[in-house]
Design a protein around this ligand. Structure first.
Ligand code: ZN
Length: 85
């Protein structure tokens, strides 16, 4: 069953894989493992079915006991505008 079709960015083959997915919701970053998603074999773009996207939203709103991991984070110093050459 091919439910993903071709990649809308590059036209490549999109194949079903179970992947790790980073998902931002409000100011939090959630990590979902073993998510069934379509992955473009050429450019790596991820595609979620409406069902999976809904399940992710539902989980974010209802799940209580999340595993917490530490994520490295940094902030760039404000950069001067690069001088024209
Ligand atoms: Zn692609």
């Amino acid at each position: 069953m091919d439910q993903y079709g071709d990649c809308s960015f590059c036209g490549g083959d999109v194949v079903l894989r179970n992947v790790e997915l980073d998902y931002r919701h409000k100011d939090k970053l959630y990590v979902f493992q073993n998510v069934p998603a379509g992955i473009c074999r050429q450019c790596g773009e991820k595609y979620l079915t409406a069902h999976v996207a809904k399940k992710i939203e539902h989980t974010i709103h209802t799940k209580q006991n999340w595993n917490k991991i530490k994520v490295p984070m940094t902030t760039f110093e404000p950069m001067e505008v690069v001088a024209k050459s």
